[in-house]
Write a protein that binds this ligand. Structure first.
Ligand code: PLP
Length: 387
């Protein structure tokens, strides 16, 4: 019988060693040994499915990849040292000089920098579409377009993109659809169901969930992942066995953690919505969210991030940050500790003012990654800082 998400997250495990350990041990080894000359030859010729060198594969990475594949409904995957290593290596593996990326405008700041400042060096071009103007996408497709790239919910504006509609456009034009699913986590949303070919995660966020390690992963079809693997085993962005072990353990508690993150976030968003010093609040599972219906269709709950704008612009925003006592001023998200960020001066400071405006980032905008502290304490801190 097919097992449920939570069960697979816990019970997917490497074969036990001679010691019959209950919990998977760490395989801190850079290489693996061969029985004899023939074994060595066959292993290097890839005639055997086995570990050779940890830049190619490692048991801890394999366990982590297997779990994420089950969660996302994917056939294969590769694990990376960071989310950006996953983004870069995946796209670099698939694209050739002269190719064109069609991307949502609201994407992670470093991904935007990659498209704008580095890919042009290899003659890889991009155009941006607005996520609420999907009907215009088709007009941006050129004979050079190879793939569509997007995130949902978006960072930091928590906008929602209709994954099913995007999946249909990608199919129709025979384009590879790549979704960065980091903000949702595989527990809340599985983009492959809606037509994505590859799903990327920064494991640094909700997957680790405790702010300890950097990691990334890409999962999808065997055929596409094979290309990603060929590129990555040579260029060396592999996840360390230690971090893979941490991540694989973290996934055992992903469902319960994310449930609580979402409960707390919805409660904070609801509180902010009725606060007189707040201009607007955005959270996917608030009825006031412009894409509430789509969010409900494709996500199990609204995620851990709430965005809002303090009345009074930049000055009021800074005063808010200076008055926060419990929450951390930091740039990470998906951590057990609640974090407040000012996107305009941190994660998105590399964007020009116009680029920020097009991504919906205002000077007074605050992004809260709602953690696992008691929600009453989280709300109390935000309340006193607003006051
Ligand atoms: C953090 C993040 C990344 C990059 O991940 P790192 O692990 O920091 O390299 C990519 N996409 C999104 C949406 C992110 O939030």
């Amino acid at each position: 019988m097919e097992k449920k998400f939570e069960t697979n997250a816990i019970r997917t495990q490497l074969e036990r060693s001679q010691f019959l350990e209950h919990s998977t041990p760490m395989y801190l080894t850079s290489s693996f040994v061969f029985e004899d000359a023939e074994d060595m030859r066959a292993s290097f010729a890839e005639e055997k499915d086995r570990n050779v060198y940890s830049r190619y594969s490692n048991p801890n990475s394999s366990e982590f990849i297997e779990k994420v594949c089950q969660m996302e409904g994917a056939a294969a995957g590769f694990a990376f040292s960071s989310g950006m290593a996953a983004v870069f290596s995946t796209l670099a593996a698939l694209l050739n000089s002269g190719d064109h990326i069609l991307s949502a405008r609201s994407i992670f700041g470093s991904t935007h920098s990659l498209f704008t400042n580095f890919f042009p060096k290899w003659n890889i071009d991009h155009s941006y579409f607005k996520i609420d103007e999907l009907e215009l996408i088709e007009s941006l497709i050129t004979p050079k377009t190879k793939l569509i790239y997007a995130e949902s919910p978006t960072n930091p504006g928590v906008d929602i993109l209709d994954l099913e509609a995007l999946g249909k456009i990608a199919k129709k034009h025979n384009l590879i659809l790549v979704i960065d699913n980091c903000f949702a986590s595989p527990y809340l949303q599985q983009p492959i169901k809606f037509g994505a070919d590859l799903v990327i995660h920064s494991g640094t966020k909700l997957m680790d969930g405790q702010g300890r390690v950097l990691a990334g992963i890409t999962v999808g079809s065997k055929e596409l992942i094979e290309k990603v693997y060929r590129f990555s085993r040579i260029t060396g962005p592999a996840l360390s066995p230690f971090n893979a072990w941490v991540l694989s353990k973290s996934l055992e508690t992903l469902a319960v953690r994310v449930d609580r993150h979402c409960d707390n976030a919805l409660k904070l968003a609801t509180f902010l919505e009725s606060h007189e010093k707040v201009n607007w609040v955005k959270y996917p599972f608030l009825k006031s969210h412009p894409k509430y219906e789509i969010a409900k269709k494709q996500m199990k709950a609204g995620g851990c991030v709430v965005a809002f704008e303090v009345k009074g612009g930049l000055e009021a925003g800074q005063k808010f940050f200076d008055s926060i006592k419990l929450l951390s001023l930091s740039a990470n998200l998906g951590d057990s500790r609640s974090i407040v960020t000012h996107p305009a001066s941190t994660t998105h400071s590399k964007l020009s003012v116009e680029e920020r405006a097009q991504t919906g980032i205002t000077d007074g905008m605050v992004r809260v990654s709602v953690g696992l502290e008691h929600v009453d304490d989280i709300i109390a801190d935000v309340k006193q800082a607003l006051a």
